[in-house]
Structure formats: C-alpha cells, structure tokens
Design a protein around this ligand. Structure first.
Ligand code: G3P
Ligand code: CA
Length: 228
C-alpha cells in the first residue's frame, strides 16, 4: 500500500490546544507530514492563526478577530498559557519540517497569504510543496490562483463532490479535501484519475481511519495522528 500522508488538524488537536505553537510542535513530534491551520486577519491586516471569527471559544478574551489589533490579540491567552500565533510565527516554528495546509477562512486573507508564501519561497528557501492553500470559500481560492498560478490549492467541500471535482479541475488544484463522510472508494478513484490528490477531513475515530485508508486516499487530516 502507498504511503498515506498524515496531516495534523489544527496541529495535534487531540492532544494540545488547537492552532497553538505547542500543538504544531506536537504534531511534528508525532510524525506529521503536514499540519493544517486556519487563518483570519487582525484589524490592521496581520495573518492570525485561529479557527473562529471570534476569540471567545478558544481564549480568555472576547471579540471579533478582525476588530482587534495584533497587540490586543496577543494580550489574550489560550488555556491560560499560550498566545494566539501569527502565520509567520507558525512558519518559522515549522521551518520546513513538514508542509503547511493554510485554510483561508475568508477572502480577505487571500492576498496576504499569497504574499507570505511568495516571501518564504523567495527569501527563506521554502518550496511550493511546503504549502497548500485550502478553503470552503471558492472565491478565495480563485483569488489565490489569479495572484499566483503555482501555489498548490486544496478545494474544500462538505456538500457536493461532483461540483468540487469540476471546480478542482478548473482551478488546476493539487488536491480535493472532502468531508470524509462524503467519500467513497469510487469517488476516491474518480478524483485521483484526474490527477488530483484526496485529503479527507477530519477523520478521528480508529474505525473511520481504517475504512478511509482502504480507499487508498493520499492523505488524512486528523486530530489523532497516532491513529493513522
Ligand atoms: O481543513 C479541513 C477542516 O479543517 C475543515 O473544517 O471547521 O475544522 O476548519 P474546520
Ligand atoms: Ca480548518
């Protein structure tokens, strides 16, 4: 059987607080081939690694990410200890030890993410294979493609796989990232026949992981890397 890439969802979400530097370090220590993270913009336009639009669920603060400055965001704590990281901080921590799946939570982040990826490739000797940009917001992905035709794109979907396949082909996407519950053996082959990788999310239960592995997917996005 071919190697299935292990992609740590929000880092090592099953073991450490999501989207924190310790979570990404833990994922790498657990043998991640890639880490997945989510980005929003701060008030002044810094790329902030956080899942929700607000800081309410994951930190000791309250407020909307894009209405807070970087300094304000940095003053809050996750689990009383950890700062909300910027995307640059995460990339410097990862330092090419695995690839980084950047999920754009909205269109506003597209231009800044492209700029940052281009900077790491031209100035810090990262390769395009170190990055994959995904989003449920397909307009955001079109913006990325318009700005840079080489950045690897992952089309996220939780509804219509056929539509996602058409869009992925149109976009010359590297991968399709379906909700694992949509995926079948047949769909996996259909996507791969078109030269597109299949990275289902978020597969956590051991029995689901075993079932999805039998489809021969290319990677699995999971909170529990050790189960893959
Ligand atoms: O990238 C796959 C997965 O992260 C999408 O869902 O809500 O965990 O960002 P969510
Ligand atoms: Ca995500």
């Amino acid at each position: 059987m071919k190697k299935i890439l292990k992609i740590g969802h929000r880092g090592a979400n099953g073991y450490k607080p999501e989207n924190t530097l310790v979570s990404f370090e833990k994922a790498i220590a657990m043998g991640a081939d890639g880490i997945e993270l989510d980005v929003h913009l701060s008030l002044e336009g810094h790329l902030i690694v956080i899942h929700d639009e607000t800081i309410d669920r994951t930190t000791n603060g309250k407020g909307v990410v894009n209405q807070l400055t970087l300094q304000e965001l940095k003053s809050f704590r996750i689990d009383d200890k950890y700062e909300i990281p910027t995307l640059g901080e995460v990339l410097d921590l990862v330092n090419k030890r695995c690839f980084v799946n950047i999920e754009l939570k909205n269109q506003d982040t597209a231009e800044k993410v492209v700029e940052l990826i281009e900077h790491y490739i031209s100035e810090k000797k990262w390769n395009k294979e170190h990055f994959i940009v995904s989003s449920f917001d397909w307009n955001a992905l079109q913006q990325v493609r318009f700005l840079n035709e080489n950045i690897r794109i992952g089309v996220l979907t939780e509804t219509d796989l056929d539509l996602a396949i058409s869009f992925a082909r149109f976009m010359k996407a590297e991968a399709l990232h379906p909700d694992f519950q949509l995926l079948t053996d047949e769909y996996t082959s259909k996507i791969q026949e078109k030269g597109i990788l299949v990275f289902p999310w978020t597969v956590n239960k051991a029995e689901d992981i075993q079932r999805i592995k039998l489809f021969n997917v290319d990677g699995i996005i999971t909170d529990f890397l050790d189960r893959v």
